[in-house]
Design a protein around this ligand. Structure first.
Ligand code: NAD
Length: 322
């Protein structure tokens, strides 16, 4: 008989992940606050009855929600729904959202008296890998719990590892996205600078991708979402800002003597104040080209137009770049 899985949060990532569970023979019982998302799951063959109708039928509930605050609220709803059922022994919640590690540990402790296991298993790879079922999954929890849910995770990802105790997966995820945001911002600023000097962005990216300055941003995000001006990676600016904010807080909590996380967080926060609420995270490039370089360089009294760099309308004073 096919195994039943609860799946809460059927957004850009959650829906394709749930689709891969269905493809792999699982029955999916989905929940979302959006009626459109529920309709999409039904169209794929999923079940969208209310949680109290399916909670006693599932052993695993996957969460793919926007924030820790929402995860915490949904955990309370699961406790309420599950505590009216007798058999909670085999229930496991797998939080695949990018959540705050301290909240993850708290949820883990809170659920223990109810005999509900809580594993953090956030993902990287974006919408494309969610669709392909090739996500990188970094799990935090006990080896016993990890072994139990590994097969299920295998339906959604191709690189799956237990990285440490509860919260470790979310910890690595926050730090990974801070690094990713740092590369992205630095690359956008660098390519804009080169463009101002008359270098074509495509040529700059091709060379950088053959050199040591390359990163996931230059190899994947620039060719697919930025140079094409499609800006449709499926990962919003608001969500990456949340991740950088978490990483920044983690550095602060550790009393780390670094200002970089705060600067990156500030830049993405400024971008989120001026860009659309629904902006893709790759649209940080628009912020860079429209605001950042202008603010930093045009204030110079001795500004000069760099030959060949006039398309963007941004003048550059070469002396300020050394
Ligand atoms: P999304 O906003 O597209 O999807 C979130 C879904 O959760 C929406 O369908 C929303 O209606 C639903 N939701 C919100 N509150 C709810 C509630 N109380 N109960 C039930 N459903 C609720 O976001 P996403 O891009 O799919 O990201 C989901 C998570 O995955 C986030 O934590 C994000 O940081 C992380 N993530 C996203 C990407 C990406 O590329 N989009 C990549 C890796 C990780």
């Amino acid at each position: 008989m096919n195994e039943n899985i609860g799946f809460i949060g059927l957004g850009k990532m959650g829906l394709p992940m749930a689709k891969n569970l269905l493809k792999n023979g699982y029955n999916v019982f989905g929940a979302d606050v959006s009626e459109n998302a529920l309709e999409e799951l039904r169209a794929l063959g999923g079940n969208t009855a209310s949680m109290k109708d399916w909670i006693h039928k599932v052993h695993y509930i996957v969460l793919m929600l926007p924030s820790s605050a929402i995860v915490n609220k949904v955990v309370e709803e699961i406790i309420d729904a599950a505590s009216s059922e007798k058999d909670q022994n085999s229930l496991m919640i797998i939080d695949m959202s990018s959540s705050y590690p301290a909240d993850t540990k708290e949820n883990c402790n809170k659920l223990e008296p109810y005999n509900i296991a809580f594993v953090d298993a956030p993902v990287s790879g974006g919408v494309k890998k969610a669709v392909d079922g090739t996500l990188t999954i970094m799990a935090g929890g006990s080896a016993e719990h990890f072994d139990k849910c590994k097969r299920l995770l295998g339906a959604m990802g191709s690189s799956i590892s237990l990285v440490g105790p509860s919260g470790s997966g979310h910890l690595i995820k926050a730090i990974n996205n801070y690094l990713s945001a740092t590369h992205l911002l630095a690359s956008c600023e660098a390519v804009q600078l080169l463009e101002n000097f008359g270098v074509e962005p495509e040529k700059a990216i091709n060379v950088i991708n053959q050199s040591t300055g390359r990163s996931g941003s230059t190899e994947y995000k620039f060719p697919n979402f930025i140079l094409t001006e499609a800006y449709n990676s499926g990962f919003s600016l608001e969500l990456i800002k949340k991740d950088i904010g978490m990483a920044n807080q983690l550095f602060k909590d550790a009393n780390a003597a670094t200002s970089l996380p705060q600067i990156i967080y500030q830049r993405f926060s400024e971008a989120s104040n001026v860009l659309d609420k629904e902006a893709d995270h790759t649209e940080i490039n628009k912020f860079v080209s429209t605001y950042l370089l202008q603010r930093g360089i045009l204030n110079d009294e001795n500004e000069k137009t760099v030959p060949g760099g006039s398309d963007s309308g941004i003048n550059v004073h070469p002396g300020s770049l050394r």
